[in-house]
Design a protein around this ligand. Sequence first.
Ligand SMILES: Cc1ncc(COP(=O)(O)O)c(C=O)c1O
Length: 405
Amino acid sequence: MVWSLKMPNQKFTKFLEDRVSELKQSGFAAHIRVLSGPNSTKATLDGKEVLILCANNYLGLANHPEMMQAAKDAVDKYGAGMGTGRMIMTYDIQNDLEKRLAEFKSSEDSLCFATGYIANLGAIWPLMAEGDTIVSEELNHASIIDGCRMSRNVNRLVYKHLDMKDLEEKLKTSAKERSKGKTMIISDAVFSMDGDICKLPEMIELAEKYDAFIFLDEAHASGVLGKTGRGTVEHFNAYGKVEVQMGTLSKAIATVGGYIAGTENLIYYLRRASRPFVFSTGYLDPATCGATMKALEIIKREPERVQRLWDNTRYFKKGLQDLGFNTGVSQTPITPVIVGPAETARELSRYLYEQENIYVQAFSYPVVPKDTARVRTIVNAHHTREQLDFALGAFERAGKKLDII
Ligand SMILES: Cc1ncc(COP(=O)(O)O)c(C=O)c1O
């Protein structure tokens, strides 16, 4: 029985009607496709089998049998859910996972959150106090922007995308304006819409010069960058130079959750000062802990997964470029195909799904700048050459049909 068909409050009803009508007109997320089985390279989406070319399942772990078994074993041992907040009692498997994540990130300790989004919210503002300054990269993820917004009485400066001169200017301004406060440089490691990488070595130099510390969001870097997939610090050999590493469990590690890794004191402090940690019971259930620890074991045991991801990335990116597509400035498995108008991006996505049985998602303003609408492709370690060749053929047919190439 549904009781709320006619809501009593008129203002609230009108508010919702207006917002829904605006969203429908904008075409934003007009239809969210439904997955009815595992998120594999081939999957059943809206009832038909398609090649998935846009998931964050970088290492192909999302339905790994060993992870599924580890989740089941953890449920058998600990039960289905939580039933308690971690400040009251914490399961040994939760602590074990945090130790393993710390090791994965070459850090002293780590702390988990319900999602990567919440990890950013939950860590940024407790780290900043009145009179401090945040110097934030222009294209940072929404969760960083929201975490910065929640940091009250803090100076906030934004530097231009990957522009180290501008970062230096902002650090100079912050050094002049602050008296005793500290300064944090915060950036995505890999930018999710363009697939480019932050300039960590230059950021470290500037941080040292202007007495700042670094908070790095490794959401698209962990499991992807570095020879063994440990992320940007491994990629740039910058061990011990990044004070706060944030990551998500839901992309390359392919389970659910987020984490912060760093020194023992950082984690001791956040365990007591981070509100999403202290005031929430709903995260890091036994199944997630079991599957995540297994994922970390597989990544360590099979570094060739990272190699395969990069072989596929290079092959597919070059294939798209050779066909004449604009792939922007991508340096990672995130390879946008930039087409300009929003309608063309939507058409390309629709054509590939309907005619070629390939799923890539379209993005347009305000998610990306105006006139740079795109479909975002992401290959993973499990795509076969045959699948990638098929996809390149399909992109060629679609590109010609829609006058993109
Ligand atoms: C750069 C970046 N940071 C944080 C997040 C949030 O992580 P999660 O999906 O685990 O909430 C995302 C997710 O899309 C992301 O791309």
